[in-house]
Write a protein that binds this ligand. Structure first.
Ligand code: SF4
Length: 350
């Protein structure tokens, strides 16, 4: 569904190429014009129809009457010592979301929000503290990327976005249809042209949607926020586990790998005295047996509302080594943007 913005126009960013083809056809224009418009928006970064000089003037007028280039509105920008940039956006209805630009030596990653707030209330994550406000439209998801691209373009030494991760505010698979529509625009050669393998969707473990995703024929990366090592520990940290228990989630992951032939990455938070015990190692070893996967260890990032603490460097390294010794491919996620509350679990919608 196309979302309405101020002035009751539809956002052009809400349209897939095929929807634009239908519109173009419905106003009596040649359908190849849709491809031209997409090229202007996604390749050249156009933000008005007036610059689209290869379109007839009368047609541009029609487009302007019907559609707006409603971008999310940036209300603040923070730059971390490590180069990470956190953008706070206000949506047309006054809700807020955050988007993070994460440069590294080999890639430029954009971390995107898919909802204003989140209803899953994981016990280490700032995004879920205020509950869910609403889903983002496809256009609002796309707008975050286009806005970030403009910021990146203004820095002449910067390269273009190479990777997109849906790990910002919200549970992506809880906004399934808008997420998938946005992914297809991001991935298509007429759209942003970012390879599916460079797009990662993270989920707290919505089994029904994981099954649905496995049938989409997309080569995207799937990342599961596991964070507990068995049913009991996951119940404490992630209330969603009461609906989708640990063992059923692991079974769904096995099915996903079989169906898609893709590896899954598991995200696992390291909280002192909570998730990095000997019991955790043994349980993870059992859960991951025979599974083609990677486990990404994320040392807990401080959120003032929660009482948890980060383990010591030694404890973190020991935990990683123990997993590797058991044949589980474990990597340690580098802390990025921690000084601007832009790291994992620290993003908010306020
Ligand atoms: S970790 Fe993800 S699912 Fe859990 S509260 Fe945060 S945004 Fe929501």
């Amino acid at each position: 569904m196309i979302s309405k913005v101020k002035e009751s126009k539809d956002s052009i960013y809400d349209l897939s190429l095929i929807e634009l083809v239908h519109f173009v056809d419905s106003v009596g224009e040649k359908t190849f014009r849709a491809g031209q418009i997409f090229k202007w928006i996604y390749e050249k970064g156009a933000q008005s129809f007036s610059v689209m000089q290869n379109l007839p003037q009368e047609f541009r007028n029609k487009l302007s009457e019907k559609f707006s280039f409603s971008l999310v509105k940036m209300t603040s920008q923070q730059v971390s010592e490590d180069g990470t940039i956190k953008l706070l956006f206000e949506l047309n209805d006054g809700e807020h979301i955050e988007t993070v630009i994460i440069p590294s030596s080999k890639r430029l990653t954009l971390c995107i929000s898919t909802q204003a707030g989140c209803k899953y209330g994981c016990k280490f994550c700032a995004s879920g503290i205020g509950g869910l406000k609403r889903n983002l439209s496809c256009g609002e998801i796309i707008s975050q990327i286009l806005y970030a691209k403009n910021i990146i373009r203004s820095n002449k030494n910067s390269r273009d976005i190479s990777h997109i991760v849906f790990m910002g505010v919200g549970e992506p698979l809880d906004n399934y249809d808008n997420l998938l529509k946005a992914i297809r625009i991001i991935n298509s050669k007429e759209g942003l042209g970012i390879a599916a393998r460079k797009i990662t969707v993270s989920t707290c473990g919505l089994i029904d949607e994981i099954k649905r995703l496995s049938k989409e024929g997309l080569q995207i990366e799937l990342s599961i926020s596991l964070h507990g090592y068995d049913n009991e520990s996951r119940n404490i940290l992630m209330p969603v586990n009461r609906k989708y228990p640990f063992d059923e989630l692991m079974e769904a992951c096995r099915d996903y790998i079989k169906e898609t032939n893709r590896q899954i990455t598991f995200e696992y938070i390291l909280i002192k005295d909570v998730t990095c015990s000997e019991k955790a190692i043994k349980s993870l070893k059992k859960a991951f047996k025979g599974l083609i996967c990677k486990i990404n260890l994320i040392p807990y990032n401080q959120v003032v509302e929660f009482q948890y603490a980060k383990p010591s460097k030694q404890e973190i390294q020991d935990f990683k080594k123990r997993l590797n010794d058991f044949g589980i491919l474990a990597t340690l996620r580098a802390l990025r943007g921690g000084d601007i509350s832009g790291a994992c679990g620290q993003l908010r919608h306020k």
